[in-house]
Design a protein around this ligand. Structure first.
Ligand code: NAP
Length: 245
């Protein structure tokens, strides 16, 4: 039997972990023994609730506010995390926004904001944690993509572009970091029951499994990736049987 993933002695940063998928990933990492920085943008109370949940199970965690599309905020977040919990060797780039727009309604500012929050943030956070991972000769980076990286999706072309870019970033970093003990993979869910999908439960009719996915199911895939030394540059897809790509 495969031994249970053991992450004691590791420090994880999960962006956008105050709710939804990020919160489930943060708790799952803590259950595996990692100390976890719970990043959020605005909802401090929600982030504090995730931290309290981790402390209740005997884990170590802090909540750390930062808009991850901003270089200075990312640097401060990484410094605060490192001081409180130690050098970051697990990064989950999860923070994201989904501004629903048709082709004719999409504005330049919607496009720029989406690319900054969903894609540039992953670049900024990766660059900021790389020195610590390189020093340890071990690191795990998991980027939360989406089925929209390859399929039409339910949000818009700006979102498609941000997530396809994230998968390019994943493969580019994976190729360049593999010799340093750092793996970089993506997990691409579709239609997970979170605030992002609020009011969109009608979309369940498109899912052969007959229901939306759960944040804990995405967290399970993230932990699977983190536990594998040999896998890098890959995208794990979870979509209830909607597409096989
Ligand atoms: P969610 O419930 O809307 O939560 C979004 C999280 O991102 C919140 O913690 C939010 O913080 C944070 N955030 C947003 N902008 C940020 C910024 N600029 N800086 C830092 N944090 C920021 O979303 P979710 O459904 O869990 O989605 C998580 C990720 O999965 C996203 O990348 C999304 O694109 C991807 N995804 C979701 C689905 C789905 O069906 N739900 C499917 C495919 C992919 P605050 O709470 O402080 O606002």
């Amino acid at each position: 039997m495969t031994p249970k993933l053991e992450l004691s002695g590791h420090t994880a940063l999960v962006t956008g972990a105050s709710r939804g998928i990020g919160a489930a990933i943060a708790v799952a990492l803590a259950e595996a023994g990692a100390a976890v920085a719970v990043n959020y943008r605005q909802r401090a109370a929600d982030a504090d609730t995730v931290v309290a949940k981790i402390k209740d199970i005997g884990g170590r965690a802090i909540a750390v506010a930062a808009d991850v599309s901003q270089t200075a905020a990312v640097a401060e977040m990484v410094n605060r995390t490192t001081s409180a919990l130690g050098p970051i060797d697990i990064l989950v780039n999860n923070a994201g926004i989904a501004i629903v727009r048709g082709v004719d309604d999409l504005t330049e500012s919607d496009f720029d904001l989406t690319i900054a929050v969903n894609l540039k943030s992953a670049f900024l956070c990766t660059q900021a944690v790389l020195p610590a991972m390189r020093a340890r000769k071990w690191g795990r980076i998991v980027n939360i993509s989406s089925g929209a990286a390859r399929g039409a999706g339910a949000i818009g072309v700006h979102y498609n572009a941000s997530k396809a870019g994230m998968e390019g970033l994943t493969r580019g970093y994976a190729a360049r970091l593999v010799k340093e003990g750092i793996t970089v993979n993506a997990v691409a869910p579709s239609l997970i029951e979170t605030d992002m999908m609020r009011g969109r439960s009608d979309l369940a009719r498109n899912i052969p499994l007959g229901r939306l996915g759960q944040p804990s199911e995405v967290a399970q895939a993230v932990l699977m990736v983190i536990g594998n030394d040999y896998m890098t540059g890959q995208t794990i897809i979870l979509n209830g049987g909607m597409a096989f790509i």
